[in-house]
Design a protein around this ligand. Structure first.
Ligand SMILES: Cc1ncc(COP(=O)(O)O)c(C=O)c1O
Length: 366
């Protein structure tokens, strides 16, 4: 491995996870969510590897244009839609699908001078209260879009679930019922499910599913392990031991001297820190794999290094490989100890970390 921290992106694992989406939702078309640089995995590499999906979803117009410029021909849906006339024009020019979630956007579209209509996914607010047209306005907005002459018909109908990761929550059924009620008199393909929705709530599997985290091998369910669903980690974040020190009972480690050794300890300094995307708030006890052996974080996370108690490990050497998360160490375990979620950790890898793409070696062409 290189001397600097690196993330290994395993495209075979990505494809494996995509095949699980197909197994779980066999009757739905698949829109792979690859916003935020494919959750930190590299948007273009991921898009090119996912030959089996029917389209892609990104958050912003720039991301969508990047996909088109890279030669991606499939459906590309922009989840935030457009916010100006210039952007409306770009949707037509690059043949992008737009989420329309507000009457403001309907106004922009209606007053545009498009010569080609745009594909629209009308988003309904069924309880998330983030983006989406209120249930009471859906029919009126749908008709306004139909009459505008600027929309390719039939448009699609979608919503987003706020609590699908919690199988005990009553919100998901309520949101699905609300969606069904809103669209009962409207025609168009439907889309409700994110990863948790498609795995946990069969009734959310409509014409299109929109998996994100499960493609990357993260568990969509609160407190669950991704391997329980058969998912494989796509990202492995690695570094190495850069120093080893035996410290005496009573010695402190790291900034603020917040951790004190209760007895003699062997401390490995690992070359990774919050400047690379390792979580600054990872707490003492966060697991780290050093030369394949489980050890724990001690002291505060620094910008370029962390300290790990390797006293229980065997034969640790300077230069040994360290896995921060990924194969052998589920990202959820690190996220939980850092008071965050796997999505945040994946997206947080910084630009100074080398990204190594591990290609599928079965000769398959994408
Ligand atoms: C509208 C929408 N659909 C689907 C997804 C994918 O969600 P997940 O990564 O939980 O599968 C997201 C992600 O935030 C989203 O915003």
């Amino acid at each position: 491995m290189s001397l600097n921290p690196e993330v290994i992106i395993d495209l075979a694992a990505l494809k494996h996870n995509a095949s699980l989406v197909a197994q779980a939702a066999p009757y739905s078309k698949r829109l792979a969510v690859i916003k935020a640089d494919a959750y930190g995995h590299g948007m273009l590499a991921v898009a090119q590897a996912l030959s089996m999906v029917d389209g892609f979803a990104v958050a912003r117009l720039d991301e969508a244009i990047m996909l088109r410029k890279a030669g991606i021909k499939k459906v590309v849906l922009v989840l935030s839609g457009f916010m100006s006339q210039e952007q409306v024009d770009q949707f037509a020019r690059y043949d992008l699908d737009a989420v329309v979630h507000s009457e403001y956007q309907v106004g922009l579209l209606s007053s545009s001078h498009l010569s080609t209509p745009v594909s629209v996914w009308l988003k309904i607010n069924t309880g998330m209260n983030r983006l989406g047209v209120d249930p009471s306005s859906v029919t009126r907005v749908y008709q306004a879009l139909q009459l505008s002459g600027k929309v390719r018909l039939p448009m699609k109908l979608m919503t987003h679930l706020s609590c699908a990761d919690d199988m005990a929550s009553v919100s998901t059924e309520q949101q699905i019922n609300c969606f069904d009620h809103c669209i009962s008199c409207l025609s168009g393909e439907q889309s409700i499910a994110n990863s948790a929705g498609l795995l946990g709530w069969k009734n959310a599997q409509r014409h299109w599913v929109r998996p994100g985290i499960m493609l990357y091998g993260g568990s969509p369910f609160h407190g669950a392990k991704a391997s329980d669903e058969g998912l494989q980690a796509v990202m492995t974040f690695k570094s190495q031991v850069i120093s080893l020190k035996t410290i005496k009972k009573g010695s402190f480690v790291g900034y603020g001297a917040t951790w004190q050794a209760e007895r003699t300890r062997l401390i490995a300094t690992i070359g990774v820190g919050y400047g690379d995307g390792y979580p600054r708030h990872a707490s003492v006890g966060t697991p780290v794999l050093v030369a394949g052996q489980k050890a724990t974080l001690v002291g505060r996370v620094s910008m370029d290094s962390i300290s790990v108690d390797v006293s229980q490990c065997h034969n640790i050497q300077i230069g040994d490989e360290v896995v921060l998360w990924g194969v052998g160490l589920p990202i959820e375990e690190v996220a939980e100890k850092s008071n965050t979620i796997s999505y945040d950790l994946m997206c947080g890898i910084t630009s100074r970390v080398t990204r190594v793409i591990k290609e599928v070696d079965d000769g398959e062409q994408n």
